[in-house]
Design a protein around this ligand. Structure first.
Ligand code: ADP
Length: 485
């Protein structure tokens, strides 16, 4: 087959709607797949922000099975946004709601999330079975729990169906719902049981995908190895071990047009690997924005992250006295657990000029951070791939990361051999504790003091290929293998 057609289905896609790395991947991969001869359409829900960002669209009727499952009317909108061919599931009763895709104004998950995303999955399955008429995909590619029922619906369909692929961006989100929801989700009785989608006394929408997709991928080789162990498997390790021959890890890339310090319109000053001095203007801009002392010589650590247990930022709060002991500064951009948010707010009050924190989500500031921070801290307890360290490499912010998952696969630790071979791109530490994080911060301060070593690491990072080209080739090969089966 020369041109596989792929329907990608997810709950977010940049630039239409984003809460995290999932959106970046879902938005960027299809564009990179064009060079591989893969034609992708991306199905996402019609949240208000998505509808507002759509330009000219073609309205298509909602397949009857989708309307029946939603218990409500709607339509499919086909359009193109910045090169991304999108299909938008416009069912106002399910998706016309304020705020975040998952959480209501009261901060709680919408109570009907299972139904909302089951309907998204049903729409993907119906398109997979030919609901659009002329355009029938060879492979339906489902991302994370929100799309997890897609492979299950196609599995339970009698007759010809497209191939299916399930990509795990984060195994921690199992999409658990009560067993009693089975009929409401239009799953057959046989879906109950451990060989089905039952998961420790609940149903798991993610498990539906892991159980029934023809292939499973996750977003780094190291994470693929971690999730088949009891420590990293979040309860899915037995299932994933059993499906070992269908499981592989493909690293994420980044959108290297949006994230390019040479052309980035969001920066105070643009620069390249040969003009890294241009970073100083961005560092000053970041220090100003964060209320830090303006000091181009101070080692400035940055964080751009969800503030959650996974990201290990409570450990950074513990290691903060050591960081400050090296004369360094810290700038934090993030939102998440109230306790961690408060910890950084308090730290910024207690150490004015040395610690700055902005609680919230700010895409522009995320770019400033990558261009202005000297080093980017990612002390995650687990990290399927991680994107911020990839942006950091490209922007010459030296990543200081826990040696887990995709962080282990993308950063070359400044150990003695890597330094003498001149190939280091960052600093790694393991196990993930506040003490080892303090050790990594001390090591970073030592490297920063050696300006030549530091410049070399920056240059190595900026030369690293973090594009989608290699990963897109691997996805294309898998699509072709699935459609040939
Ligand atoms: P995850 O998907 O687990 O949150 P990733 O590192 O894979 O982590 O992706 C996070 C993405 O979200 C990156 O694009 C990062 O720049 C962005 N991001 C995270 N927090 C913020 C924030 N507070 N403001 C702006 N961008 C953010």
């Amino acid at each position: 087959m020369s041109t596989p057609r792929v329907l990608s289905v997810a709950s977010e896609a940049y630039p239409l709607i984003k809460t995290g790395g999932l959106a970046d991947v879902v938005g960027a991969l299809p564009l990179a797949l064009v060079a591989e001869g893969v034609e992708t359409r991306t199905l996402i829900p019609g949240y208000p922000r998505v509808l507002a960002a759509l330009g000219t669209v073609e309205a298509l009727p909602l397949p009857a099975a989708v309307a029946a499952q939603a218990g409500s009317a709607g339509q499919l909108l086909a359009g193109k946004v910045q090169g991304l061919d999108v299909l938008v599931l416009d069912i106002p009763a399910l998706f016309d709601r304020p705020g975040n895709p998952y959480v209501g104004p009261d901060g709680q998950d919408w109570p009907d999330n299972a139904l909302r995303f089951a309907t998204l999955s049903r729409a993907a399955a119906e398109i997979g079975l030919g609901a659009l008429g002329a355009w029938v995909p060879d492979v339906v590619h489902a991302h994370d729990w929100q799309a997890g029922l897609t492979p299950a619906y196609l599995h339970y369909h009698n007759g010809r169906r497209p191939g299916t692929m399930m990509t795990v961006h984060n195994l921690a989100f199992a999409g658990k719902v009560p067993l009693a929801m089975r009929a409401r989700l239009h799953l057959p009785r046989e879906a109950l049981g451990l060989d089905g989608v039952e998961f420790y006394g609940s149903l798991s929408l993610l498990k539906a995908g892991l159980q029934f997709a023809d292939r499973i991928t996750t977003v780094s080789p190291s994470y693929a190895a971690e999730i088949v162990t009891p420590e990293g498997g979040m309860g899915f390790d037995g299932l994933l071990r059993g499906r070992g021959s269908a499981l592989s890890g493909i690293l994420n890339g980044i959108d290297d047009i949006d994230w390019n310090p040479k052309t980035d319109a969001l920066l105070a000053k643009r620069y390249t690997a040969t003009s890294v001095l241009g970073r100083t203007a961005n560092k000053v801009a970041l220090q100003e924005r964060m209320g830090l002392d303006i000091d181009p010589d101070a080692l400035l650590f940055g964080v751009v992250s969800r503030l959650t247990w996974q990201k290990g930022l409570d450990l950074l709060l513990k290691a903060l006295p050591d960081l400050l002991g090296h004369g360094a500064q810290l700038a934090v951009l993030g939102a998440g657990d109230p306790g961690i948010e408060e910890g950084f707010r308090d730290a910024a009050m207690a150490h004015r000029g040395r610690v700055g924190c902005i609680i919230g989500y700010d895409e522009t500031l995320a770019h400033t951070m990558q261009a202005g921070a000297d080093a980017l801290l990612v002390p995650s307890r687990f990290e399927p791939c991680g994107l911020t360290q990839l942006y950091a490499l490209r922007y010459g912010a030296v990543p200081v990361v826990a040696r887990v998952g995709g962080l282990a696969d993308t950063v070359i630790d400044a150990n003695p051999m890597a330094l003498s071979a001149g190939v280091a791109t960052g600093v790694q530490f393991f196990p993930v504790t506040s003490d080892t994080l303090s050790g990594a911060i001390a090591h970073t301060a030592e490297l920063f003091a050696d300006r030549d070593a530091w410049k070399r690491m920056q240059a190595n990072g900026m030369r690293t290929d973090v594009s989608w080209r290699g990963p897109a080739r691997r996805y294309a090969a898998l699509y072709r293998a699935i459609s040939a089966e």
